[in-house]
Design a binder for this molecule. Structure first.
Ligand code: ADP
Ligand code: ZN
Length: 294
């Protein structure tokens, strides 16, 4: 069986893994994200002797996914300055001499779930992560959706709750976007302590569910996903998912009628691949780049 490399490229860590065409992860290391000059050689060393046929990268963004563009495969305007305008795909292709598949981190995670996880039975799904930031991966007709660039669902604009005590926003670009109101750092900005220390505070999670619910209703109206996966560090709060489902039901206002929505417990679901969804999605990207279909 062929082996594939997977890279989950994040702003704080680079998770490098090797897997096979069933999505099984055989080996993995995590390296801190320093500058390209420091981190690229370490990653290339890891992948070099692993016998992989192709590499897939799920990358923090923004990235250029347009194959017709001269900067295809670049990390573009990231706030991580040393990685700005960095041709990550080309560098790996040159160093390893194998095909390199490329997409956003959240599209890769959405693809992992859609290939081997809880959305494998549907063709249209979204994967939302609420963590240090908010990201949304979109699968349409079985393929990660890019459009003009790639979706930036973390920055949809929301109505601020009139009782929200937060001054300002967690996003430097927008006063009222999903990420600025609901990501982990925004929780800390609003309540003064980290999200993990806010368990049992009803008002905290009601407000959080209000924002996540609003964003989900927006995604539903525009993309019409057949199922929605909600993950990320903030969703480790076990009370949150049921509250989000209730909020979605409330904010839909009875408008959409569809069999998939009869039970929101099976419509809005947690991740199913034990935090391997990103790496498994990257393996799938590698397989597709090589022309291997499972
Ligand atoms: P990243 O988004 O960087 O990949 P995570 O998805 O793990 O990482 O999200 C990290 C964020 O989640 C941090 O802001 C952290 O405070 C928050 N977080 C982690 N655990 C919890 C928890 N149990 N409850 C609420 N927030 C949490
Ligand atoms: Zn924003």
């Amino acid at each position: 069986m062929k082996r594939f490399g997977a890279l989950e490229a994040g702003g704080t860590k680079m998770v490098c893994a090797v897997g096979d065409e069933t999505g099984r992860i055989l080996d993995r290391v995590s390296l801190p994200t320093l500058t390209p000059a420091e981190t690229m050689p370490a990653m290339i060393d890891y992948f070099r002797d692993k016998g992989i046929s192709a590499l897939g990268i799920g990358c923090f963004g923004p990235v250029d996914l347009n194959r017709a563009s001269p900067t295809y495969g670049y990390i573009t305007s990231t706030p991580k300055l040393s990685w700005q305008n960095y041709p990550i795909v080309e560098k790996f292709r040159e160093a390893l001499g194998i095909p390199v598949g490329f997409d956003t981190d959240v599209n890769a995670a959405a693809l992992g779930e859609a290939t081997w996880g809880c959305t494998r039975d549907v063709q249209n799904s979204i994967y939302i992560t609420v963590g240090t930031g908010v990201g949304v991966g979109v699968i349409i007709d079985g393929k990660p959706y890019h459009g003009m660039m790639h979706p930036e669902g973390g920055h949809v604009l929301l109505n601020r709750h009139p009782d929200d005590p937060m001054v300002g926003s967690g996003c430097p670009f927008h006063d009222n976007c999903m990420e600025g109101l609901a990501a982990g750092p925004s929780l800390e900005k609003r309540w003064g302590v980290k999200g993990a220390e806010l368990s049992g505070r009803k008002e905290v999670w009601e407000l959080e569910a209000y924002y996540i619910g609003q964003a989900i209703v927006d995604y539903m109206m525009v993309l019409s996903p057949e199922r929605i996966i909600l993950g990320g560090g903030v969703t480790h709060q076990e009370c949150l998912l049921p509250m989000v489902r209730r909020e979605v039901e409330k904010q839909l206002g009875g408008y959409l009628r569809c069999p998939a929505l009869e039970n929101l417990d099976t419509y809005i679901v947690p991740v199913s691949l034990n935090d391997n969804q990103g790496a498994m999605g990257a393996i799938k990207l590698a397989m597709e780049e090589l022309g291997v279909y499972n």
